[in-house]
Design a protein around this ligand. Structure first.
Ligand code: PHE
Length: 373
């Protein structure tokens, strides 16, 4: 009954109650549509006033206009309130506690082999050794011939070699900038040891000299707990007028003492390498079984030590007095100069220092292993 002033009052209080109990902006907009939209209840009421007589129209008209004004006021108030509320609750979600300790970013570190290499380098450098480097792709000349291992020599079998296919007319490219092209055509390979750096260094630097050359080397052989197809060596060379094997022993014992930070038992064993005479193998007492060759398990049973191959010693380097033919290959007079050379297996050093029982772990990229260093 639009002409009933009571109806206006009821409509007004219904609309205001609804506005007040409204809890979100979407519902509020919907309310506005329902009351003051094109076909809203208040709109229709105001439109129907024309049908009333003058007295009624004035009375109800005033009430209806007031109701609309009130609706609009309440609507605006509520809208403001809801906007503020939504903003504040959004802020809650985004609130940043500037006093909270920062989340730690994962930080990498050097690979254990890099750490070992750096430690070894530092010790030798403190003893006056210079640092040299050579290519991983090497020529037959530097890897073998110049080291007194001619092509026909059975000693070449000591190093299982990855020979490289000869690229079309690009022999110089492989090792451009180096004096590799000797009289005969060269074959190329992945260096089987760091000893070719001895030759490269002596071609440039005249004795007396002391130098080390750490680097990666490659062997074409089956892998097991003690062998990998690529590993690291540190070559050492000292040449002077009266450098002897006694100097080598002193230097290497001092190196081990500093590297392992304790007295370490090493032994020299006669051995053969074509580029030294005499040659020796240097072994270290196995840290896994303390040189016993076996360990006792929980059940009290004897178990062979797999790290040292049950012998109690681990072969850690080859060494010897530089062969006169090697000195001749770099135009150095063996009657005037002499010295020693050695090649330490850096992986074996790492394994001894950190008690790693399988060399393959070092190349596995397994984070559970690497994160321990
Ligand atoms: N180059 C030898 C090897 O890889 C090690 C060695 C170096 C031996 C220097 C003697 C002198 O087995």
């Amino acid at each position: 009954m639009p002409n009933d002033s009571q109806y206006v009052e009821i409509l007004q209080s219904k609309a205001i109650t609804e506005i007040q109990s409204c809890s979100n902006l979407k519902d509020l907009e919907e309310l506005s549509h329902r009351y003051i939209g094109k076909k809203g209840e208040l709109t229709l009421l105001l439109r129907s006033l024309g049908t009333l007589d003058e007295k009624e129209r004035k009375k109800i008209g005033q009430k209806a206009n007031k109701a609309r004004e009130m609706f609009e006021r309440e609507f605006a108030k509520k809208k403001q309130h809801l906007i503020m509320h939504e903003f504040e609750s959004g802020e809650q979600d985004e609130w940043i506690d500037i006093t909270a300790p920062g989340a730690k970013l994962p930080k990498g570190h050097l690979h254990p082999l890099t750490q070992i290499q750096r430690e070894a380098k530092e010790i030798f450098q403190s003893m006056g050794f210079a640092l040299a480097d050579g290519p991983e792709i090497e020529s037959e000349w530097y890897n073998f011939d110049a080291l007194n291992i001619p092509a026909s020599h059975p000693a070449r079998d000591m190093w299982d070699t990855f020979w490289l296919k000869e690229p079309e007319n690009s022999k110089q490219n492989l090792l451009s900038g180096t004096a590799i092209l000797k009289e005969k055509p060269q074959k190329f390979l992945l260096r089987t040891h760091t000893s070719p750096v001895q030759i490269r260094y002596m071609e440039k630097i005249k004795p007396p000299l002391r130098v080390i050359a750490p680097g990666r080397i490659f062997r074409y052989e089956a892998t097991d707990a003690r062998h990998e197809i690529n590993f690291y060596q540190l070559e050492g060379l000292m040449i002077g007028k009266d450098v002897s094997a006694a100097h080598f022993k002193g230097i290497i014992q001092e190196f081990f003492k500093r590297f392992f930070e304790k007295e370490t038992v090493v032994r020299l064993r006669p051995s053969y390498f074509p580029f030294v005479e005499p040659g020796f193998e240097v072994d270290m007492r196995c840290v896994f079984c303390a040189g016993k060759g076996f360990s006792i398990n929980k059940e009290g049973q004897k178990k062979d030590c797999s790290s040292c191959g049950h012998g109690g010693w681990i072969e850690i380097m080859g060494a010897g007095m530089v062969h006169p033919n090697v000195l001749k290959a770099v135009k150095c007079d063996p009657k005037e100069w002499q010295g020693f050379a050695f090649g330490i297996g850096l992986d074996r050093l790492a394994m001894m220092k950190y008690k790693i029982n399988d060399i393959r772990l070092l190349y596995s990229g397994d984070m559970r292993f690497l994160e321990q260093f």
